[in-house]
Ligand binder design. Structure first.
Ligand code: AKG
Length: 332
């Protein structure tokens, strides 16, 4: 099988026209983690958008900047060195191919499993990667896992359910099946020509995240878009000092559909590289994903058939990125 080349027509998909940046600043909720009302604002944002930005998150700039600069160096390595850490199946270095069902994007990435919340330097072999890379990576991962847990505890508080760690315990569990991804989207210079024809280059195709919650941080390059409830795509203005929170499919089920997992995608940028780092907080493999009993009202029934995280994860590996993966598990 020949690798798909950057100019292959397979790489490019036409997208519906987007609303651009015009009003996205006012659309995407920004939540100050120090605001005493944060728990209610977070809950509302999860219900309305499945997406929001947090500020005053407490992660030191140095932790973020260090990982970003190490990641830039990593993607700058000769292709033959990067290829030694691939292909991603699913973990490791991936280039353009995303998953094993024909999804491709203008992206290279490193996808790493977390064991008891940490990345092992044995998980992939990247030549020329210093020990300090793993140290800085784990410092960052520990910080974002902590943010994810704080957000999940505020959600439990905002929904007035007990115990407060009913969601965060899944990520804190030593068997939590979480992972971490660093995406690098090189500039895509041909983009202008396509844009003139009303087409955009896809960096990362539309999808929802299957896990409970994801925490994204990127450099100051545009590209990320989310889909609103009415199907309109909205560009997310980048903000290197903040984190963006994504509601995953599992959280949608745990809240019996009160929260919606948000469809999102990345469009390639014509001039600047985009670098994003995403923590995907997942439950232990044997965790049953079903609506939280403390949230269910009298007589309320689950909208979903029962499944474990392992079953759901397996079914997401067997489908294309854009598939309605939860659809399989919805009760009629
Ligand atoms: C993913 O890796 O699942 C993404 O959605 C990427 C988002 C981004 O790169 O900003």
């Amino acid at each position: 099988n020949e690798p798909i080349l950057p100019n292959s027509s397979n790489l490019f998909r036409t997208c519906k026209s987007t609303s651009g940046n015009n009003n996205s600043n006012s659309v995407i909720p920004v939540i100050d983690m120090l605001d005493p009302n944060a728990k209610f604002l977070i809950t509302k944002a999860c219900e309305e958008f499945g997406f929001f930005k947090i500020i005053n998150h407490g992660v030191p700039d140095e932790t973020i900047i260090k990982l970003e600069s190490d990641a830039v160096k990593l993607f700058d390595l000769p292709q033959c060195d990067k290829d030694k850490a691939g292909p991603a199946s699913p973990y490791g270095y991936g280039n353009k191919r995303i998953g094993s069902h024909g999804d491709v994007g203008w992206v290279e990435y490193l996808l790493l499993p977390l064991n008891d919340g940490l990345v092992s330097d044995k998980s992939v072999t990247i030549p020329q990667t210093p020990h300090l890379f793993w140290y800085g990576l784990n410092k960052y991962v520990t910080s974002v896992r902590n943010i994810a847990c704080v957000v999940l505890e505020k959600i439990a508080d905002g929904l007035n359910i007990e115990p407060k760690n009913v969601l965060s315990r899944m990520l804190k569990n030593e068997k939590s099946d979480s992972c971490f991804r660093i995406n690098h989207y090189p500039p895509c210079t041909e983009i202008e020509a396509y844009l003139k024809g009303g087409r955009n280059f896809i960096g990362f195709g539309e999808h929802t995240d299957p896990q409970v919650i994801s925490i994204i941080r990127s450099n100051n390059t545009t590209g990320l878009q989310i889909s609103l409830k009415d199907g309109t795509w909205v560009s997310v203005p980048p903000d290197e000092h903040s984190f963006f929170i994504i509601v995953g499919d599992s959280l949608q089920v745990l809240t019996n559909g009160r929260f919606k997992s948000v469809k999102h995608r990345v469009l390639a940028n014509s001039v600047k590289s985009r670098l994003s780092m995403i923590y995907f907080g997942g439950p232990p493999l044997n965790e049953k994903i079903l609506p939280l009993s403390s949230l269910m009202e009298e007589g309320e029934e689950s909208l979903y058939k029962e499944f474990t995280w392992q079953e759901y994860k397996k079914s997401t590996y067997m489908t294309k990125l854009s598939a309605d993966r939860l659809g399989l598990y919805k009760k009629n």
